[in-house]
Design a protein around this ligand. Structure first.
Ligand code: NAD
Ligand code: ZN
Length: 392
């Protein structure tokens, strides 16, 4: 089959590789009908993820048609269209039973390596390094889905691939970010980052009762989408001082809830060392732009909540913990517990409350993948979200 494979920093290739096979009774194989490139794919693409190996298949936002099933998968049938959550969860460990699926204790055979490298042992993830299980990703013609009996849902006939695909990650991620923000009716919610995750955080903030949403970025097309589709007020961080502007917009109090849909690396660029250097060098509201997390601590109103879906890897320094403590802020974060959101968010798509395909700007085949990675990373030519049809 064809698959997008990692060959090093900035080097994705469309290779021919062996088809996946069932490896256990709880596996399924799907023929991938749609897959997407995620902001998280940029971490291995930019060389941040340790334990990637040449030839690893990328991708964790995937859906498709079931073509083979293990003997213990009774919730699915051959021919079903399913969305595959980006995190792999056994459904039965201490954490899965608490619905903390992204912390599953059994789906990552290399959890110990991850714990040594990063200080924690998350669940397995598709296409996201050997430290996170070494699972082949879904930017391919076929995908092996382990634990296919846990939470996977059939997509109803009337719903297109483009409407369903983002249930695999960015819609639940934006939604959990808004839930974690503890929005109360009428709250002002500020969202840093108008990439795909930020766009869904904006939509979700409204769903959860925000009275006002303010979105921050600098890429014109992304601010435009936040404004026109997301009905958010927008701030271009290169044009104005974000802290001053937020103070002014909220009568000097600051937004009630702040969401970091940027993460560490998107801001700093370069290596992990460069990120750390930049964080250390930045003074609050100094000449360099402050780190988003730090900016949120300073901008948020007293007693407010910070929600961090943006990905951080390794250590961060110089967090103004005094301000965080004295302002009585709450911080909530984490990889998304995607399985938890599949049914409720599918219901919102089916009812027409949201059509998640609004975020798609680029459609292509798998062979265009290498070029599209670059376009998406560079945020060029209005590229906000890329969807590929490996079998189309
Ligand atoms: P993206 O790179 O497309 O978007 C990031 C946006 O942030 C860009 O538009 C960029 O211009 C903007 N930005 C950069 N610096 C900024 C700053 N200082 N202030 C405001 N905006 C700034 O990525 P995405 O796909 O939207 O993902 C966003 C983050 O969410 C990434 O870190 C990704 O890894 C993470 N993510 C987390 C989960 C999870 O489970 N928690 C799931 C998916 C993605
Ligand atoms: Zn993702």
């Amino acid at each position: 089959m064809k698959a997008l494979c990692w060959h090093g920093k900035g080097d994705i290739r469309c290779d021919t590789v062996p088809d996946p096979e069932l490896q256990g009774p709880r596996d399924a194989i799907i023929r991938v009908t749609a897959c997407a490139i995620c902001g998280s794919d940029l971490h291995p693409y930019d060389g941040y993820m340790p334990t990637m190996e040449a030839g690893d298949i990328m991708g964790h936002e995937t859906m498709g048609e079931v073509v083979a099933l293990g003997s213990e998968v009774s919730n699915l049938a051959i021919g079903d269209r399913i969305v595959v959550p980006f995190n792999i969860a056994c459904g039965d460990c201490f954490f899965c039973r608490k619905q903390l699926f992204s912390l599953c204790d059994r789906s990552n055979p290399n959890a110990e390596i991850a714990a040594k490298a990063m200080g924690h042992s998350p669940s397995g993830l598709f296409g996201y390094s050997h430290m996170l299980g070494g699972y082949a990703g879904g930017q391919a013609e076929f995908l092996r889905v382990p634990f296919a009996d846990v939470g996977h849902i059939k997509v109803p006939d009337g719903i297109s691939d483009e409407q369903a695909l983002f249930l695999s990650d960015i819609f639940p991620t934006g939604y959990m970010a808004a839930e974690n923000a503890e929005i109360e009716p009428g709250d002002t919610v500020a969202v840093w980052g108008c990439g795909p995750v930020g766009q869904f955080a904006i939509q979700s903030a409204w769903m959860l009762g925000a009275g006002r949403v303010i979105a921050i970025d600098t890429v014109p097309e992304r601010l435009e989408m936040a404004w026109t589709v997301g009905k958010a007020e927008v701030i271009d961080f290169r044009e104005v001082d974000v802290y001053e502007m937020l103070q002014e917009m909220t009568g000097g109090r600051g937004p009630d809830r702040c969401i970091d849909a940027v993460g560490a690396e998107a801001h700093a660029g370069g290596s992990i060392d460069a990120v750390v250097d930049k964080v250390k060098a930045a003074t609050f509201l100094g000449t360099d732009r402050p780190h988003v997390l730090r900016e949120m601590i300073m901008c948020c109103r007293k007693g407010g909540t910070l929600s961090v879906p943006g990905v951080y890897i390794g250590m961060l320094d110089k967090i103004p913990f005094g301000a965080l403590m004295n302002k009585g802020l709450t911080v909530r974060t984490g990889q998304t517990h995607t399985h938890r959101y599949l049914e409720p968010l599918l219901a919102k798509v089916v009812s027409g409350e949201i059509d998640p395909s609004f975020v798609i700007t680029d459609r292509a085949g798998l062979e265009d993948g290498p070029e599209l990675y670059k376009k998406f990373r560079d945020k060029k030519d209005g590229c906000i979200k890329v969807v590929m049809q490996p079998n189309g």
